[in-house]
Design a protein around this ligand. Structure first.
Ligand SMILES: Cc1cc2nc3c(=O)[nH]c(=O)nc-3n(C[C@H](O)[C@H](O)[C@H](O)COP(=O)(O)O)c2cc1C
Length: 174
């Protein structure tokens, strides 16, 4: 095994849904974001963008916007930071690129000691006028589709246990 710690991290990472109120430090945030930018993307085009939202007002607005699509009133579980992964509209592999970036961000968060959880409905959020207006207000130029969003913060309490892996997940054809 060339990198046991990295391998263990991939197995140990769990979705965290309970967070300390303290904000993610700039150093930890930068480390997570940097790893995200090294995720594989189609043709190495680095087409997605990652937006880290830390302003409490905007985090609150994102909770409200996500909740419109039916996930309770705090879909980001009180996380102080929300990561948004967007892809240029009309990009045929945009969802795949965005999922690649999101997964890398989740694993990087775990490596750094942060807790993170993929939160659905980003696509719906940025189809709304409100979502589009947020991007405009933040100075994000161009036309973007939401792919994924992530609740990010320092974990509170014990991480959940992983479910047993299903049988017949993998097939090896020799
Ligand atoms: C595409 C996708 C959407 C998800 N959406 C949500 C969500 O909206 N809310 C949530 O709490 N977890 C969400 N999750 C996290 C999954 O529930 C979680 O990964 C799964 O239960 C396995 O747990 P683990 O990540 O701890 O291994 C999502 C995960 C993926 C990949």
């Amino acid at each position: 095994m060339k990198n046991q710690a990295m391998y263990d991290g991939l197995i140990e990472r769990r979705s965290i849904r309970s967070f300390k109120p303290e904000q993610v430090s700039d150093e930890d945030l930068q480390a997570v974001l940097k790893a995200g930018t090294y995720a594989p993307t189609a043709m190495g085009a680095q087409a997605p963008i990652i937006i880290a939202v830390q302003n409490p007002e905007d985090v609150k607005a994102l909770n409200a916007l996500n909740a419109v699509f039916g996930a309770g009133s705090t879909p980001y579980y009180g996380a102080p930071t929300v990561l948004l992964i967007l892809t240029p509209q009309g990009n045929a592999v945009g969802t795949l690129d965005g999922a690649s970036v999101a997964t890398t961000l989740l694993n990087a968060a775990h490596a750094v000691g942060l807790g993170a959880c993929w939160i659905n409905r980003a696509q719906l959020m940025f189809q709304t006028n409100e979502g589009r207006a947020m991007l405009k207000r933040w100075g994000i130029e161009g036309r973007w589709d939401g792919v994924a969003s992530i609740a990010l913060g320092y974990p509170e309490g014990e991480p959940p246990k992983a479910k047993a892996r299903k049988e017949n997940y993998c097939y090896i054809i020799k």
